[in-house]
Design a protein around this ligand. Sequence first.
Ligand SMILES: *[C@@H]1O[C@H](CO)[C@@H](O)[C@H](O)[C@H]1NC(C)=O
Length: 334
Amino acid sequence: MELRIRRNRCAEVALLPRFELNFALVCVKVLLVLLILEAALATTKEFRLQVQVLEQDKENTVSHSCIHDQIIEQRKRPGRKVYSVSAQVYAEPDVFKSRQRRGRVLLDVSERPKRHTDAKQPIRIYLNYDAVGHSSDRDCRNVGDIVKLGEPTGASYSGKPSCNPQGDPPIFGDCWYNCTQDDIAGVDKKHRLRKALEQTADWFRRALSVEPVRGNLRLSGYSACGQDGGVQLPREYVEEGVANADLVLLVTTRPTTGNTLAWAVACERDQWGRAIAGHVNVAPRHLTAEAETLLSATLIHEVTHVLGFDPHAFAHFRDERKKKANSGDRTSYG
Ligand SMILES: *[C@@H]1O[C@H](CO)[C@@H](O)[C@H](O)[C@H]1NC(C)=O
């Protein structure tokens, strides 16, 4: 994957074009440091609870917490799959093609190997909203509906543990949630959701280039994609695949507690460990006009987690030749 920051705030600071790359690199580094810091802080749950309580004290300050690590920990519980693997077909890199031909073709003066960067194209993120409002045990449809948040014990509502948006009592997962008016994704909220996610997909198209999938993106649909019950992939995505896509995001609008605005997780990877499908949840409570800027920033942050900025995904990172970065026989590749 190639990260190309073009039109973000950090790059705009650059006065001369040749400095742009330096600024972009600084920007990426800052992003990485922030994510690593976040991962480190998230390991101490007490600290996070303190932060949430502190943030709730500041009534007019808009803030959000990231529960990504908590989600990943939940996915590692026995009997749960972190993600499934579906092999994809990619165009053969031009570098290999020209190398193969060199041995057989004697007079090949006219053909010049294409520039390596030509192999990469802006990432195509396909957004699917089919699941919005269609999960009866998890989506708020009416005020007073009791829905599942996380995986509370017992098959049906038992009253305990119960939770609410105020975080009082301070229960932030695996509980029965009592829906309020703000938790229902009406027409306005659905419109804001689409707008924000389309902007996010657009941001990534400008910032990130990948080796494009050749033909349809193939998904396995082996189990529900994502977290907290996840989302079932449409059958045609599995049987025929998804055209013009490098990453499919299945969107839900299920409630969250505390100040968690949205969360996201990868659910399928290709044979090289690249994320090809993920689940993004945005809490209807935060789909307001006031939270628009914060929402955009949060969604970019969340999709970055899907794409691999996740301490648990670092082991899947590959170098240019798709060799695992931290495998033992590094010497043979220099
Ligand atoms: C849910 O909240 C409403 C409003 O606060 C309340 O009247 C109702 O009893 C609650 N339902 C449950 C099952 O606790």
